[in-house]
Design a protein around this ligand. Sequence first.
Ligand SMILES: Cc1cc2nc3c(=O)[nH]c(=O)nc-3n(C[C@H](O)[C@H](O)[C@H](O)COP(=O)(O)OP(=O)(O)OC[C@H]3O[C@@H](n4cnc5c(N)ncnc54)[C@H](O)[C@@H]3O)c2cc1C
Length: 380
Amino acid sequence: MKPRAHGEHSRRARCFTGVTVYGATNVDVVVTGAGQAGLSAAYHLRRRGFAPYRGFVVLDADSAPGGAWAHRSPSLRMATVHGFHDLPDFELPTPDPGAPAREVVPGYFAAYEAKHALPVVRPVRVRAVQPRPDGRLLIETDAGDWSARALINATGTWTRPFLPHYPGHFAGRQLHYADYRGPGSFAGQRVVVVGGGASAIQVLSEVAEVAETVWVTRTPPVYHDGPFTPEVGRAVVAKVEERVRQGLPVRSVVSVTGLGPSVAYRRAEELGALDRRPMFDRLTEHGIAWGDRELTADAIVWATGFRPEIAHLAPLGLRSPGGGIRTDGTQAAADPRVHLVGYGPSASTVGANRAGRSAVNAIVKLLGEPSEAPVRVQPL
Ligand SMILES: Cc1cc2nc3c(=O)[nH]c(=O)nc-3n(C[C@H](O)[C@H](O)[C@H](O)COP(=O)(O)OP(=O)(O)OC[C@H]3O[C@@H](n4cnc5c(N)ncnc54)[C@H](O)[C@@H]3O)c2cc1C
């Protein structure tokens, strides 16, 4: 069957999938996103008998493996990441602590996709997921449409950096952590770093080597002295889980883990960069101000977190009155065909691994046996 030539996107998808994309291609399960959460889900789908491409696909907006890790600052080294858990059934060989995480982790993900022959189709951006009258889900993308009986959403947060609003206008340089690329361009300046999490500490530990830093946080940072034990982890996850159960907007696990004695933390402390100040009231042309006290600055780095990338799920009407998507485990309370992994309590590498497995278990219960062969369906 000859594929319809309707531009680069369909050629791209055809080349990666080996399936012909007319209208919509039918599979049992579509996974959106090939970061840690999507790859874990894909691994478990394979284990439970879903055939690559025929039974399920993973659609990923990036042009290469790595998920969010491929976009992090080149200055983030394996020694300074908060902690990294291997994907199921394939160990990350002990990395050089000085190696950039944005090279090591994407290399590992690429090897993982190849080892388990995972059907990742990229670059494919999911634009919207629509309910179909026949009970299936229509996944509309920039490279043709797919139709599925269930969806595992694993689109992460990296593409939704959160910038809080403060009154006033600052004429200097401002950037979010997502655009931070290391300390080099701040040499000799005064830099305000906003945020109380591990990302802010990473920025402080690097920028304070070459510049004067001012650290401001909305609430006093939460410290834990000891290592990040499983008990600490469980307590943190429980907090985030409770919000999601109530249908409130999620907070990431990493945002509530508190600050531990990490390599970055110790370095920032040595450099005297952890003298925290309360949040300023407003921006001024040349800096920041608390009441009538102004402090001039050259740059502001907003290490203020991320929000879940879920806008494409809007047509499904999953949001609860609290503004978040209420889930039971990974399953959307409003639609049992939809699972969110790497979301809320599972937004960490270890959480994403577990969420992938439990989403697939629930989908197997819902769908029963995988279908035998793909069926082509017409677009709505
Ligand atoms: C700044 C920061 C630091 C962190 N540090 C750590 C740490 O040290 N240790 C730790 O355990 N966890 C850390 N986390 C959390 C952790 O990175 C993630 O929770 C984990 O890697 C799981 O990623 P994911 O698969 O959910 O998302 P991602 O890795 O972001 O992958 C999402 C994928 O979905 C794709 N995508 C997005 N939108 C679409 C769309 N519409 N259509 C198709 N594809 C799409 C993206 O291209 C991407 O490939 C950190 C998170 C942040 C934000």
